[in-house]
Write a protein that binds this ligand. Structure first.
Ligand SMILES: Nc1ncnc2c1ncn2[C@@H]1O[C@H](COP(=O)(O)OP(=O)(O)O)[C@@H](O)[C@H]1O
Ligand SMILES: [Mg+2]
Length: 269
């Protein structure tokens, strides 16, 4: 069978997905008509202004909230089943570490919940700590780490059970620009090494372009997908990419999509 006709299911498939929140002031249509397929191993960013439904879409994929309409499947399974099977790892803006646990025992938490034996857990935690460059810090507590290091612990924890899908909601949002660029490079390396698909929420255009195979542009009221920009950078993501003409071209394309420039131009004709 050729690679193009592989039977492996998409990491995420959303078909006609909508979400309505009933509120005292009436219904809020957070998402409407979302069609999205994230291939296995693909890195997709969701970008758009505040309130366009990025977090809502991620929460639906993670089955933290039910969709109001449409269908969602994760590796061919209903979202609820994928959650039970822990088919994905999650990392949010707040690292969400347990302050009374060391780095090692924070990273190993999902393995404990999975009842993985001590010896295997210790080995896996060491491997993960190495992957995120925290080997020397495994005995520290979260409040003894910088924000960037805490986020790396959260990423290691999300990777603990070897998920083939990572769901990340502005994980670098609270970090300074240098730490952020460093962790972006690390994340692309880790995603490539683990062959995990990633759905990554951000409102930073450069971040979305640097990280992604495809950038999904969303727009509010009601939240929906308005554009998808393919980067075609492959796995060659290093600091040189950030200064390349291709990179600036994609940044411009995403910016124009966000500002609806293409639509206006079409209307001028
Ligand atoms: N639990 C909720 N109850 C009511 N409205 C909500 C809830 N969660 C999100 N919303 C609304 O849905 C819309 C999308 O929110 P959100 O997904 O958080 O946007 P984003 O992450 O893109 O900033 C916003 O209008 C927000 O106010
Ligand atoms: Mg959000």
């Amino acid at each position: 069978m050729s690679p193009a006709t592989t039977t492996s299911a998409a990491a995420v498939r959303a078909t006609g997905v909508g979400k309505v929140f009933p509120t005292k002031a009436g219904e809020v249509v957070a998402l409407t008509g979302v069609e999205l397929e994230v291939r296995a191993g693909e890195f997709v960013s969701l970008i758009g202004p505040s309130g366009c439904g990025k977090s809502t879409l991620l929460r639906l994929i993670a089955d933290l909230d039910p969709a109001s309409s449409g269908e969602l499947s994760i590796f061919g399974k209903p979202a609820a089943q994928a959650r039970v099977d822990q088919d994905y790892g999650i990392a949010f803006q707040q690292a969400g570490l347990l302050p009374w646990r060391t780095v090692a025992s924070n990273i190993g938490l999902p393995l404990e919940l999975h009842k993985v034996g001590r010896a295997e857990r210790t080995a896996r935690v060491a491997e993960l700590a190495e992957l995120v460059g925290l080997t020397e810090f495994v005995d520290r507590y979260p409040d003894q780490l910088s924000g960037g290091m805490q986020q790396r612990v959260a990423i290691a924890r999300a990777l603990a059970s070897r998920p083939k899908l990572l769901l990340m909601d502005e994980p670098f949002g609270a970090l300074d620009e240098m730490t952020r660029e460093y962790l972006q490079s690390e994340l692309t390396r880790i995603a490539a090494e683990t062959e995990a698909a990633v759905v990554f929420v951000t409102h930073s255009i450069p971040e979305a372009v640097f990280l992604s195979d495809r950038v999904v542009v969303m727009s509010p009221r009601p939240g929906r997908i308005t554009d998808v920009i393919t980067t075609d950078f492959g796995h060659d993501r290093d600091d040189a990419l950030r200064e390349s003409p291709e990179y600036f071209e994609r940044v411009t394309a995403v910016r124009e999509a966000l500002h609806g420039v293409k639509v206006e131009r079409a209307n001028e004709r």
